[in-house]
Design a protein around this ligand. Structure first.
Ligand SMILES: NC(=O)c1ccc[n+]([C@@H]2O[C@H](COP(=O)([O-])OP(=O)(O)OC[C@H]3O[C@@H](n4cnc5c(N)ncnc54)[C@H](O)[C@@H]3O)[C@@H](O)[C@H]2O)c1
Length: 287
């Protein structure tokens, strides 16, 4: 068995994905420092991580024979200095990610991989923001992270061999399998999934069918496991709009222009499971 205590992971961003990645790492014995901008977010995140760890254990998604890694939380981005690897899972805004990555790159030890969980910003673009582009790689974990074992790893033009080796070791320690793809806006998964969800929302907006019918048709006739609109609620509709905007700006593909249905849900604060309501009503915010 590998000694997962040799990894010291720092996760930036304590939202849907940051908490999921943290819970998965802790459940495999990897210690994590989870960083966000406000204490109140980190308090919510600690509860969410605890809940996800409990679910993961109940479902047998974490090794039963291994003690959980230790969790620390912080609002000080300078704490990345202690990391053997940094996973960036902040808001899908190129401006925010650029500011964060520039600061991280200055604070880490040279040779520490900067692993971005971006849904669609090209890794080459992100690598241009830091002083050592060979340290930047994409690792596109999905939600719920503790259940989805495969990770889309995105190799940029400059991503170094040492970075690829380090990300492979970290993912193995977290019990994940990786599929490596080349860099491109949205890589493979978002480039295929996000325009499909956008089209599903447009059909609802045009009155062709309601959300339940769209999802039931995709599930029962085409074998989609959850349906595109339930998936939108799981992702977070704000994140989906941000990711579609990234894709639309970088590809010019009109199918990626966020639909009015998605935009109006964000304006109304109906963000999906994380706000308690999206295409479906959950009664309360879920994570
Ligand atoms: N939601 C999904 O299903 C999903 C799946 C795969 C990848 N992603 C990607 O993962 C990343 C995070 O998405 P999410 O859904 O968790 O978003 P989210 O909105 O739930 O969380 C983002 C977090 O980043 C924090 N943040 C913003 N600026 C920060 C800063 N300067 N320093 C530290 N923290 C900061 C926010 O406070 C927030 O807690 C995005 O790049 C997204 O595209 C999301």
């Amino acid at each position: 068995m590998t000694d997962n205590g040799t990894h010291r992971l720092v996760v930036l961003g304590a939202g849907v994905m940051g908490t999921g990645i943290t819970a998965t790492a802790l459940g495999h014995g990897v210690p994590v420092v989870l960083i966000d901008v406000e204490d109140v977010t980190l308090q919510r995140a600690r509860d969410s991580v605890e809940r996800q760890l409990r679910h993961a254990r109940l479902l047998g998604a974490t090794p039963a024979d291994r003690p959980a890694g230790a969790l620390l939380t912080s609002t000080d981005i300078g704490d990345v200095g202690t990391a053997t690897a940094v996973v960036e899972a902040v808001t899908e805004s190129p401006e925010i990610k650029q500011a964060v990555l520039t600061e991280v790159s200055r604070a880490i030890w040279p040779g520490t991989p900067i692993i971005s969980n971006t849904s669609g910003i090209p890794i080459n673009e992100m690598a241009s923001w830091v002083s050592r582009p060979e340290e930047v790689v994409g690792a596109h974990f999905m939600n719920p992270t503790y259940l989805i074992r495969t990770v889309e790893v995105v190799r940029g033009t400059d991503t170094g061999e040492a970075t690829m080796t380090a990300v492979a070791a970290l993912l193995a320690a977290m019990g994940r399998e990786m599929i490596v793809v080349n860099d491109s806006p949205g890589f493979v998964t978002s480039r295929l999934l996000h325009p499909m969800i956008n089209a599903a929302a447009r059909l609802v907006g045009a009155g062709v069918a309601d959300a339940e019918s769209v999802d039931a048709l995709m599930q029962n006739c085409l074998g989609h496991p959850t349906g595109p609109l339930r998936t939108a609620d799981l992702i977070g509709i704000d994140n989906l709009v941000d990711s579609l905007t990234v894709l639309h700006k970088r590809t010019g593909d009109e199918s990626c222009r966020p639909s009015e249905v998605l935009l109006s849900k964000v304006r109304a604060g109906e963000l999906g499971r994380k706000s308690g309501r999206g295409f479906y009503d959950y009664g309360k915010a879920l994570s």
